[in-house]
Design a protein around this ligand. Structure first.
Ligand SMILES: CC(C)(COP(=O)(O)OP(=O)(O)OC[C@H]1O[C@@H](n2cnc3c(N)ncnc32)[C@H](O)[C@@H]1OP(=O)(O)O)[C@@H](O)C(=O)NCCC(=O)NCCS
Length: 499
C-alpha cells in the first residue's frame, strides 16, 4: 500500500509474545465488533510531525531504507524475487516460469491453531465494513495511536472492485470461535508493462494487515503465500506490490512530497511548522492559492470523455518504464470516475474517493488534458477543534503537450513546454482539491511529478515507497529522485500509481 506512513512500525504489544491461542481469546474479548474505534487519548505533536513533516526535521529516510543481510529475510529469501546484490543479467522476465496450474496446491496451508482462512466477500456490505474496521484499527498509524487513515467502505469498494476483480483474491484470517477478522491481504488484476515487453496480467497486492495483537507470528508470509496460491490458480504468476519497508529487492524507490493546502489547520494539529525565520502569517501567504481555477475550459470528467481520456493516457504512459495498460474503457472509467452500482454510493461530491477533471478545446468536447486525485480522510485524535485531516493524493494525468516531447528526451530545454503545462494543470488540481476540503495534497515521485514539485511548493516528505515485482526480474526503474540509482533523471520511470 502506498502511503507515507508505511515505514512507521508499530510498537509491539505484550500480546505479540503470547501463544496464538491465547491471543485469539484476548482478541475475542475486545468489544470492537461494532467497528467503532476505541477512544484514544493523548497527542504527541512530535509523532504527527514525524509522519508528514519536511525532511530536515527527521532522520534521513534513505538511511532507514537500508536492507538487512539477505540471509535474515527468512521468508523472502525463499521466494522468486530479485535478491540483494544479485548480478544483473541480460534477461528481464519471469524468475520461475516452470510451474503450471497443476503444480499449485488446491487447498491453503495450515494456519495457527484457533484461526481459519476466509475469503473477504466484498459483495457483502457487512464484510466490507469488517475490512474497514480491521484496517482502521490496525493498519497504518503513528506510535501513539493519534493519527489514523480511514479507508472508508466507499474507498475500499473503489480500490478493490475494478472490472474483472476476483473475489477469491481478498484473503482474510478469522478467529475460529468468534469469526472476527484479524488479518487481510488483497489482490486485484492489472495489466502491467515493464519497459518494452508486452503488458501482461499481474496481481496488484495491497492491504496486507495483521491485527496488532498478532504481530511477529509469521502470519504475513502465510498471507502472502495464500494470495499467491489464489493468483497462481488463475494462471497468473507475477505481482506488483509496494511497501515502505525494504524487502528484496525494490524495482524502484520513490518518495513522498507534500503540498499544504490549509496551512493553518496543519499547523494547529502539529502537522506542519513554519520554515526558519517565517511567521505563521508568512507561511499562510506562501501557500495561498487562487480561490477559483485558472485554466480555461476545465470541468469535471464525465463518462463521455472516457474514450478520449483513454487515448491520451495510453500515449502518455508510454513515457514510463513501468506502466499499467487499462484493458477497457469501463476499467478506466472505474479508476477515474468511481464505481458504478456501488454498495456504498456516494451522494456528497466531497466524499468521493476519486476526482477527475478534463481540459477541452472551446467546443467543450475535444479533450486536451486531464488530471485526477484520490482522497483519504484521516482521523486526528486529541486535538481540540480538529478531528480529521483530509488528504488528497495525485493520481493519473496526461496532456497532449507530451506528444511533442519524446519520452526518451529528458533534457530540461526540450521538456519546457511539458513542464509549463504540467504546472498549470497541477496548480488547478491543488485549487480544486482545496475547494473539496482537502488540507494537504500528496504526491510520490512517480510519473512526471518531480517536474512541478518545486514551483508548486511541495516539500520533500519522510516517506519512502518501494515498488516490488514478484516472480519477475527487471533492472531498476528510476524512481524520480536524483540520488537513487545514481544516474536517474529527475523525472522517473514509474507510471503506475498504487493506492
Ligand atoms: C506489515 C505487517 C503485516 C507485518 O506483520 P508482522 O506481524 O510484523 O510480521 P510477520 O511476523 O507476520 O512476518 C514477518 C515477515 O513479513 C515480512 N514483511 C513485513 N512487512 C511486509 C510488507 N509490507 N510486505 C511484505 N512482506 C513484509 C518481513 O520482512 C518478514 O519476512 P522476512 O523474515 O523474510 O524478513 C504488520 O506490521 C501490519 O499489519 N502493519 C500495519 C499495516 C502495514 O504496514 N501493512 C503493510 C503495508 S505495505
Amino acid at each position: 500500500m502506498s502511503d507515507q506512513f508505511k515505514e512507521t512500525t508499530s510498537k509491539s504489544t505484550d500480546d505479540s509474545k503470547l501463544p496464538p491461542e491465547e491471543v485469539a481469546k484476548r482478541i475475542g474479548e475486545l468489544p470492537s465488533k461494532s467497528g467503532k474505534a476505541p477512544a484514544l487519548q493523548g497527542l504527541s505533536l512530535e509523532s504527527l510531525f514525524k509522519l508528514l513533516a519536511t525532511a530536515n526535521a527527521t532522520p534521513d529516510p534513505e538511511e532507514k531504507n537500508k536492507p538487512k543481510p539477505m540471509d535474515e529475510y527468512k521468508f523472502w529469501k525463499t521466494q522468486p524475487v530479485v535478491k540483494f546484490g544479485e548480478e544483473k543479467t541480460e534477461q528481464e522476465g519471469p524468475i520461475d516460469s516452470e510451474k503450471t496450474v497443476d503444480d499449485v496446491a488446491k487447498s491453503p496451508r495450515k494456519l495457527l491453531p484457533n484461526f481459519e482462512w476466509c475469503v473477504i466477500d466484498l459483495n457483502d456490505k457487512a464484510q466490507i465494513e469488517e475490512l474497514y474496521n480491521l484496517l482502521y484499527n490496525n493498519y497504518i498509524e503513528d506510535d501513539d495511536n493519534t493519527f489514523r487513515f480511514q479507508y472508508s467502505p466507499e474507498f475500499l469498494e473503489w480500490a478493490l472492485k475494478p472490472p474483472g476483480w476476483r473475489s477469491e483474491w481478498n484473503v482474510g484470517v478469522r478467529i475460529k470461535d468468534t469469526g472476527k477478522l484479524v488479518a487481510s491481504i488483497t489482490g486485484i488484476p492489472q495489466f502491467l508493462r515493464v519497459r518494452d515487453k508486452p503488458a501482461q496480467e499481474m496481481a496488484e497486492i495491497n492491504f496486507l494487515c495483521v491485527h496488532k495483537k498478532l504481530r511477529n507470528k509469521r502470519l504475513s508470509p502465510a498471507l502472502i503465500q495464500e494470495v499467491t496460491r489464489k493468483v497462481n490458480l488463475e494462471n497468473i504468476w507475477q505481482a506488483l506490490y509496494t511497501a515502505g519497508t525494504i524487502l528484496p529487492s525494490p524495482l524502484s524507490i520513490t518518495r513522498y512530497y507534500h503540498r499544504p493546502l490549509n496551512w493553518t489547520k496543519l499547523y494547529e494539529v502539529g502537522f506542519s511548522a513554519p520554515l526558519p525565520n517565517q511567521t505563521p502569517a508568512q507561511m499562510v501567504a506562501r501557500y495561498a492559492l487562487p480561490g477559483e481555477t485558472t485554466l480555461k475550459n476545465l470541468r469535471p470528467m464525465t463518462r463521455e470523455d472516457i474514450p478520449q481520456v483513454s487515448e491520451l493516457l495510453h500515449e502518455y504512459l508510454k513515457r514510463f518504464d513501468l506502466a499499467p495498460e487499462f484493458q477497457s474503457e469501463a476499467e478506466l472509467a472505474h479508476w477515474l470516475l468511481g464505481p458504478e452500482d456501488a454498495l456504498f454510493p456516494v451522494e456528497n461530491p466531497e466524499k468521493k474517493p476519486v476526482h477527475a477533471y478534463v481540459v477541452t478545446e472551446d467546443d467543450d468536447k475535444t479533450v486536451t488534458d486531464f488530471f485526477s486525485f484520490y482522497s483519504i480522510p484521516t482521523t486526528v485524535l486529541g486535538v481540540p477543534g480538529h478531528d480529521n485531516i483530509n488528504i488528497a493524493y495525485s493520481f493519473y494525468y496526461a496532456t497532449n503537450v507530451a506528444r511533442d516531447v519524446p519520452a526518451t528526451d529528458r533534457t530540461p530545454e526540450n521538456q519546457k513546454p511539458l513542464v509549463s503545462r504540467l504546472k498549470k494543470l497541477q496548480q488547478n488540481a491543488l485549487i480544486l482539491s482545496k475547494q473539496l476540503g482537502h488540507d494537504v495534497y500528496n504526491a510520490v515521485t512517480c510519473m512526471d511529478n518531480p517536474l512541478f514539485f518545486e514551483d508548486l511548493k511541495f516539500s520533500i516528505g519522510t516517506g519512502i515507497l518501494n515498488y516490488y515485482l514478484f516472480n519477475y526480474r527487471a533492472y531498476p526503474v528510476p524512481g524520480g529522485m536524483r540520488k537513487q540509482f545514481l544516474e536517474a533523471p529527475a523525472n522517473g520511470g514509474v507510471g503506475t500509481i498504487m493506492l
